[in-house]
Design a protein around this ligand. Structure first.
Ligand code: SF4
Length: 423
């Protein structure tokens, strides 16, 4: 049996794809899995292309092993760079783009280049995940073409999976002991099963009926497609977590237009106000991109004002980096690197104060938590999360792992973690 190690870079969708690869190879029966590179015969590198930095990290990782092991590059960077990877690394065994991941059991035997469109297949027989939390990809691809983003080029147009297939996968995960599922898609709000005329809120209404699964999360949402129907659905169903990750990217209408985001800052603010009006205790997090081409001081200040107005629970802030082939790459990358860094740090500083304020208000609340596993810092504690995705440590035995408990939040332990007591 050949020994395989999978190294995953990038987002949750890549983690999901790596799980699928493991499942396919376990089913094949000719491979075992190892936990590090050195004992492996084959290294599968699941890659990300969203930022230049992500590609650079994967390239340097491949460079370290390509002359010693059979290395197969899969995922977004494989789809993006294609045969250029063979030119850079002549000893590379295989290049497998996003569409071809389901065929890894054939490809791993012969190597070669597999990019471009292929039929999407999901096999229920390969679900081997036995974790408390898991992912399900409900749709692939994206039609939005935000001007800075390579995803529509590397993952193709939007394709929603049929409802029954998603239900079957969730039931299988429930049988395996899973309690919390995060539904994944580049833009889950535009999910649509056209044969059954089921949109995203209706899909959620069906999935909450599956026994054994206690919580459902989702990501990522595009603000332009966030509907009142979705907010109402989340408000009305206990199993749906009260957390929205809603990337705003910028608070400047001028920059939002250049980014091709198809909403204005006031529409974004309106939507977040609507969420808070309908769901009283809700967490909203976001992504922000600073230093986009043409972003001047006024544009940046508009983003600062939006952050102060919306008051996110947390924000993931990134510096713009040019991605070849995108519309934004045609604009001059005219914000200096040190200025991008200043803007990034400025937003992080403001956001840290807002997060601190919001988290201070969590102390004293009585919340339901899902026990995920043993805490790394203390053997008699468990790590848990609330449905707003706040981390809470509690004193409890291992028999509580996988259970939902009522807990009073006693104190903040770090800036974003709490200590609670079972009540
Ligand atoms: S919505 Fe925009 S940022 Fe998100 S994947 Fe699609 S193109 Fe990229």
């Amino acid at each position: 049996m050949e020994k395989v190690f999978i190294r995953t870079f990038g987002c949750q969708m890549n983690e999901y794809d790596s799980e699928r690869i493991s499942g396919i190879l376990v089913k094949d029966g000719n491979y075992t899995f190892v936990n590090s590179e050195s004992p492996a015969d084959i290294i599968i590198v699941n890659t990300c292309s969203v930022r230049q930095h992500a590609e650079d990290r994967a390239l340097s990782y491949i460079g370290r092993y390509v002359n010693k092991k059979k290395v197969i590059v899969v995922g977004c960077m494989a789809e993006n760079l294609k045969s250029q990877l063979f030119i850079k690394y002549p000893k590379l065994f295989g290049i497998v783009g996003t569409y071809n991941i389901p065929y890894i059991d054939k490809i791993i035997k012969k190597g070669g280049l597999y990019v471009g469109k292929n039929k999407d297949i999901y096999r229920p027989d390969i679900i081997i995940n036995k974790n408390i939390t898991s992912y399900i990809t409900i749709m692939q691809g994206c039609n939005n073409f935000c001007s800075y983003c390579v995803v529509p080029y590397v993952r193709g147009p939007e394709r929603s999976r049929p409802v029954t297939e998603i239900e079957d996968e969730m039931k299988k995960l429930a049988e395996n002991g899973c309690k919390e599922v995060t539904l994944l898609g580049q833009n889950v709000n535009s999910y649509y099963d056209k044969d059954n005329k089921i949109n995203f809120p209706k899909l959620l209404k069906k999935l909450v009926k599956i026994d054994g699964i206690e919580r459902i999360r989702f990501m990522t949402s595009h603000p332009k497609d966030l509907s009142e129907e979705l907010i109402e659905t989340i408000a009305s169903e206990k199993k749906l977590c009260k957390h929205f990750h809603l990337p705003v990217q910028s608070g400047s209408d001028h920059i939002l237009e250049l980014m091709n985001r198809n909403y204005t800052s006031s529409l974004y603010i309106e939507k977040t106000s609507k969420i808070r009006e309908i769901i009283k205790d809700v967490a909203i997090t976001t992504d922000i991109l600073v230093g986009f081409p043409c972003e001047n001081e006024k544009d940046f200040n508009d983003t600062v004002k939006l952050v102060e107005k919306v008051r996110f629970d947390d924000a993931f802030v990134f510096k713009y980096s040019e991605r070849k082939g995108t519309e934004a790459a045609k604009l001059r990358d005219d914000v200096k690197e040190e200025e991008k860094l200043r803007r990034l740090n400025y937003i992080l500083e403001i956001q840290a104060k807002i997060s601190e304020d919001i988290n201070n208000n969590e102390v004293g609340k009585i919340v339901d938590v899902l026990c995920l596993g043993k805490s790394l810092r203390s053997s008699d504690e468990l790590k848990t999360t609330t449905d707003k995705n706040k981390k809470v440590y509690i004193k409890a035995g291992e028999d509580k792992i996988g259970k939902i408990l009522k807990v009073k939040i006693k104190e903040k332990r770090t800036k974003d973690a709490f200590f609670g007591e079972i009540i």
